[in-house]
Write a protein that binds this ligand. Structure first.
Ligand SMILES: Cc1cc2nc3c(=O)[nH]c(=O)nc-3n(C[C@H](O)[C@H](O)[C@H](O)COP(=O)(O)OP(=O)(O)OC[C@H]3O[C@@H](n4cnc5c(N)ncnc54)[C@H](O)[C@@H]3O)c2cc1C
Length: 814
């Protein structure tokens, strides 16, 4: 065994493709004194048996960017390291068997084009020409990516390992990390064990790249890495005479992919109901292991495969392969620093795309560790999106049985998972359910997305066109615009920041001025050093020394981590009080009349103007009424102690009859906020979006003194903006916008839609998206002609820098 140092700048745990890539990229950034420890042999976990598909077509722009980086890197790696990676750019074809799937793959092609990925929609004749063995019956559309490829996964990892070693990384096999040491909320090092020998390494940085072992290892330090292994299958035929170089082929509607390799055919499966594995833990001696074959489980895919690829009917089967791979509750991997522990980094949970993802993910994580800030928006895969409850093994087991198959299912907008539901519920859940609520899930929370009418089916019927709830959303939307609607937003994250130095901490972290009188609410962002947005929130000053921060439910762990990370010597207590209060949002021009019926307090502009809150009596209980809105109307967010929420709901509902009060869901909330161009964190504003370019300069007060990101704001003011967030409305009222459609300016793709929904009041699909504009005036920017490309078709769009709905905020201040 090689000598193991007593000290290292970083310790990487796990020698699969993930760990090797992180090591390679840290070394490439000039880091020395890095050690990678592998409990058995490099690649002996999952990496050795991957199918080796390298596909760049991903569902979002930054995932496409990372996959493209991997593909480019793997092409160069062999020349750099001398290790034959087997990387062959044979191209790939994805075929659609339904019109809905065709729409999806065409949308992905539009998105990929916006990122310079070479992709083309191809005809049936071209499919047949490129893939003569394929039975094309039922194929209605196809896309071709000539630079996609296939590789030898183990050798990709070995090449990355060699590249890392060449730059000085110490890679030691047969050494298991047994413990991560911690002091004062920070990593201080690890303990290792090897053949009876034991030792420690001091280090401030540990990177958990332990694949399907990552959850258990993290749990020892209270770090949530919710993943669970599933059995994952493919078969390889005996050599088939005459079979030679073919593109990789995906037939997602039949849950299958095909890969030609050395004259044999591989058929891999993404079956709808998968088999979780390793419930009682992973055997200690697991090393290059495979799992028992299960022909009955694979058979339905094989039957479709034989029809689709008739040669399979006569070819002999060389291997039925079954190997474990880790899957996560939302089919996205984990990257970044764990919110629970400083210095504990994670790159794991790859959902069967670890080979194609690890090149890019390793690069991004290394840069993140190096700079202390993510190099670009990685929220989609950020470990801070996890919820503590998701460590529950039964929850994971049930959920991953679904998520494996979802990778090849139709990725319809608003698609909801169906397993392991109902974990986090508002106290109003049963009330809303009894009144027709159809729920969706975010961060484990069940939230009413829309309300079915009497007799209407309470199910989603998914489509890329108008779904079955479109009219329900319209009615709810218009009730908010013209009357009054009630939303349950209990899922908001709520954080109390209290203590002698609470104001000082928040003034240092927030861009707006929080030195306001108790009773005021301030809309603000927390910025990083680049002036980009880490968090979007409202802060209510409860007293001289206490503040309530309200954040989206999905970002709570991230926001808590950001606050705690920046807490220096200040005397401040930060507490998650999410479960203590429910939030009922009463919104619409008639909300004042209605609230006045259930509360004796004064809700006039004099007593409770916009941006203030007051303690109120309501029904037989008490609440805090916050005069703010996310739908752009007069309204109040009522913060009600959880135990009184049902009572307050009933009181409002009874009084609301006279005003035609409508229960509203999250879909209507979103369509209303789109008309008002209110930004949504994670989509329109992220940690790579500068606060001024996001159009939120009004909430930045550089005159208040120093705060994180202030210098970057001042710099950008001097330099001028390089892009701006623009609101679009399609002229044609039929097409819909969701997310990621291409923005076309004067005939050229310049960006993508960051979020979209239907403007039921404005009468067309509304989207937000960034448009490059260096050195341009607003007038020049708006004088261009704009179109939005949806699945290859272009639609004329009106563009605006001011909200198209109520630009002067007169309704909000009514
Ligand atoms: C059948 C199948 C087909 C696949 N096909 C593809 C494909 O075509 N394309 C694609 O991109 N992906 C594919 N994948 C997925 C891909 O193989 C994985 O996502 C990837 O290999 C995961 O790499 P990893 O480094 O995270 O995990 P692993 O390869 O499992 O590496 C983790 C390592 O950590 C080590 N370790 C664990 N605990 C410790 C400890 N305490 N101390 C030291 N070391 C430790 C383990 O021994 C292991 O070697 C496929 C997977 C399967 C099962």
């Amino acid at each position: 065994m090689k000598p193991i140092p007593a000290k290292a700048r970083a310790v990487i745990i796990g020698g699969g493709v993930s760990g090797c890539s992180v090591a390679y990229h840290l070394a490439k950034l000039g880091w020395s004194d890095i050690v990678l420890l592998e409990r058995k042999q490099l690649t002996s976990g999952t990496t050795w048996h991957a199918a080796g598909l390298i596909g760049q077509l991903r569902a979002s722009q930054n995932m496409t960017r990372l996959a493209k980086y991997s593909a480019d890197l793997y092409v160069k790696l062999e020349a750099e390291t001398g290790v034959a990676t087997g990387m062959r750019q044979v191209g790939s074809i994805t075929v659609a068997l339904t019109e809905e799937r065709k729409h999806e793959i065409y949308r992905q092609a539009s998105l990929a084009r916006a990122f310079d990925v070479d992709v083309r929609e191809i005809s049936l004749a071209e499919v047949k020409e490129m893939y003569p063995h394929l039975n094309v019956s039922g194929v209605v559309g196809a896309v071709h990516l000539p630079l996609d490829g296939q590789c030898d996964p183990a050798n990709i990892a070995m090449a990355l390992a060699k590249g890392a070693r060449q730059r000085g990384v110490g890679i030691v096999e047969n050494v298991k990390v047994t413990d991560v040491h911690v002091r004062d909320g920070r990593v201080t090092g690890i303990s290792w064990e090897s053949g009876g020998e034991r030792g420690t390494i001091d280090s401030d940085i540990v990177v958990n790249c332990a694949g399907m072992w990552a959850r258990e290892l993290g749990a020892r330090n209270g770090v949530a890495i919710p993943l669970h292994a599933c059995e994952h299958f493919y078969l390889v035929t005996e050599p088939i005479p005459g079979l030679s170089r073919l593109p990789v082929l995906r037939v997602p509607d039949e849950c299958a992919y095909y890969k030609e390799d050395a004259g044999k055919m591989m058929l891999g499966a993404f079956e709808p109901v998968a088999k979780p594995w390793g419930m009682a833990g992973i055997p200690e001696d697991f090393c290059f292991d495979q799992l028992p074959e299960d022909f009955a489980h694979f058979e339905p895919i094989l039957e479709m495969g034989v029809k689709r690829m008739p040669m399979l009917g006569t070819a002999g089967i060389h291997t039925f392969f079954n190997g474990p791979e880790s899957f996560t509750p939302d089919d996205r991997y984990y990257l970044g620093e764990a919110p629970e522990l400083r210095g504990y980094w994670v790159a794991a949970g790859y959902n069967s795309i670890g080979i194609v993802s690890s090149g890019g993910a390793g690069m991004a994580l290394a840069q993140w560790i190096h700079d202390g800030e993510a190099p670009f928006d990685l929220w989609e895969v950020d470990i801070r999106r996890t919820q503590p409850f998701q460590q529950n093994r039964r929850y994971l087991r049930e959920r991953v049985s679904e998520t494996l198959g979802l990778l090849y299912a139709d990725h319809f907008p608003y698609r909801q998972v169906t397993t392991a539901r109902g974990v986090r519920r508002s106290p109003l859940h049963e009330h809303l359910k009894a009144r027709g609520a159809v729920f969706g899930e975010v961060a484990g929370w069940e939230r009413a997305n829309w309300f079915a009418r009497d007799g209407q089916e309470r199910e989603y019927r998914y489509s890329w066109k108008r779904q079955n709830w479109f009219d329900n959303q319209r009615d709810e939307h218009l009730a908010v615009r013209n009357g009054v609607g009630l939303f349950d937003m209990t899922s908001f994250g709520k954080i109390r920041v209290e203590g002698r130095d609470a104001l000082a901490l928040l003034q240092r972290l927030c861009a707006n001025d929080l030195n306001v009188l108790p009773g005021r609410i301030v809309y603000t962002q927390m910025l990083n050093r680049k002036g980009c947005i880490e968090s979007d929130l409202t802060v209510s000053r409860l007293s001289e020394t206490a503040f309530l921060l309200v954040v989206p439910g999905a970002t709570l762990q991230r926001d808590l981590a950001w606050l705690r990370k920046h807490l220096a010597e200040e005397s401040v207590v930060i507490t998650d009080v999410t479960a203590a209060e429910s939030v009922l949002c009463l919104m619409g021009p008639r909300s004042r009349e209605l609230i006045q019926k259930v509360s004796p307090n004064d809700f006039s502009n004099e007593t409770n103007p916009f941006g203030t809150f007051q303690e109120i009596e309501i029904g037989l209980g008490l609440a805090r009424a916050h005069r703010v809105t996310y739908v752009g109307e007069l309204g109040w967010e009522l913060y009600v102690p959880t135990d009184q929420a049902a009572h307050v709901f009933e009181a409002i509902e009874a009084a609301g009859e006279e005003f035609g009060l409508k229960l509203c869901g999250l879909h209507a909330l979103d369509s209303c906020r789109m008309e008002k161009a209110f930004r949504h964190f994670g989509h329109d504003i992220t940690d790579e979006d500068h606060v001024l370019e996001a159009g939120l300069g009004f909430a930045v007060k550089t005159a208040k003194g120093d705060f994180v990101g202030r210098d970057a704001v001042l710099r950008r003011k001097d330099e001028g903006l390089s892009r701006r967030l623009v609101q679009f409305r399609l002229a044609d009222p039929t097409p819909l916008l969701f997310h990621n459609e291409a923005i076309v300016r004067d005939g050229r793709i310049v960006g993508t839609i960051t979020s979209g929904n239907y403007g039921h009041h404005l009468g067309g699909a509304i989207g937000l998206g960034y448009v490059p504009c260096r050195g341009e005036s607003e007038a020049t920017l708006l004088s261009s002609s704009y179109e939005i490309e949806i699945a290859g078709e272009r639609f004329a769009a009106e563009a605006s820098l001011m909200p198209m709905y109520d630009p002067r905020a007169e309704r909000v201040k009514a």
